[in-house]
Design a binder for this molecule. Structure first.
Ligand SMILES: O=c1[nH]c(=O)c2ncn([C@@H]3O[C@H](COP(=O)(O)OP(=O)(O)OP(=O)(O)O)[C@@H](O)[C@H]3O)c2[nH]1
Ligand SMILES: [Mg+2]
Length: 197
């Protein structure tokens, strides 16, 4: 089976990519599979595209193989797009999912349902030795609920209600999330590259 390295240490992303790549006959490996410890790539960019490219290119250069990376996050209209690229570390550098979503809910206290619009964004970068890096962006539109609900997924899934659903992303099964997610929508745009690789 073909193998692809994803430059991430996020278990939630790895699990989803493993399932999403199955239909392309690709086995996903990640930094969590590496024996030697690979230091975190500092996410110094101000856009998802910059950070995804930074992670993919850094790890591709270290391993000298093609690498893809995912930079993703939640953009909330009433918060002018925050937490955005800072989604993983919104409540501090310890990357605590629960603290992050509690901070969002606190900031949205008193904001009525119709003003709680949000979108998940996922940018996938592909870095290959000797070739130019390219990126693809997928989104998933929805709104922020009033309370965390559901136990599937990761991150902000318990407070994100996708459009046309009355359940949070964390109440959807893995298959249901993978059919509509920002990650699915970004990966779909890589199909040509996957066929050629
Ligand atoms: O509810 C969610 N469902 C999702 O599907 C999702 N995708 C991303 N996120 C949030 O955005 C951060 C990404 O930040 P991020 O791209 O820098 O990743 P990360 O730092 O966790 O891992 P790495 O890939 O950088 O190693 C994550 O930590 C999450 O908080 C999600 N939340
Ligand atoms: Mg990160």
């Amino acid at each position: 089976m073909k193998k692809i390295m994803i430059a991430t240490k996020n278990e939630g992303k790895v699990k989803e990519f493993k399932q999403l790549f199955l239909k392309y006959g690709v086995d996903v490996i990640s930094l969590l599979d590496m024996e030697e410890d690979i230091p975190d790539v500092e996410e110094t960019g101000t856009t998802f595209e910059q950070n995804a490219a930074l992670k993919a290119e850094t790890i591709s250069a270290v391993l000298n193989i093609p690498v893809i990376a995912d930079d993703s996050g939640l953009e909330i209209r009433a918060l002018e797009g925050r937490p955005g690229v800072y989604s993983a570390r919104y409540a501090g550098t310890s990357k605590n999912d629960r603290a992050n979503l509690d901070k969002v809910l606190t900031e949205l206290t008193g904001v009525p349902d119709e003003n709680r619009m949000a979108r998940f964004v996922c940018v996938i970068a592909v870095a290959q030795p000797g070739k130019s890096t390219f990126t693809k962006r997928g989104t998933c539109e929805g709104k922020i609920g009033l309370h965390p609900t559901g136990k599937h997924g990761f991150g902000y899934d318990p407070i994100f209600i996708p459009n046309e659903y009355n359940r949070t992303m964390a109440q959807l099964s893995a298959d249901e999330k993978n059919a509509i997610s920002h990650r699915r929508n970004a990966l779909s745009q890589l199909e040509d590259w996957l066929r050629r690789t």
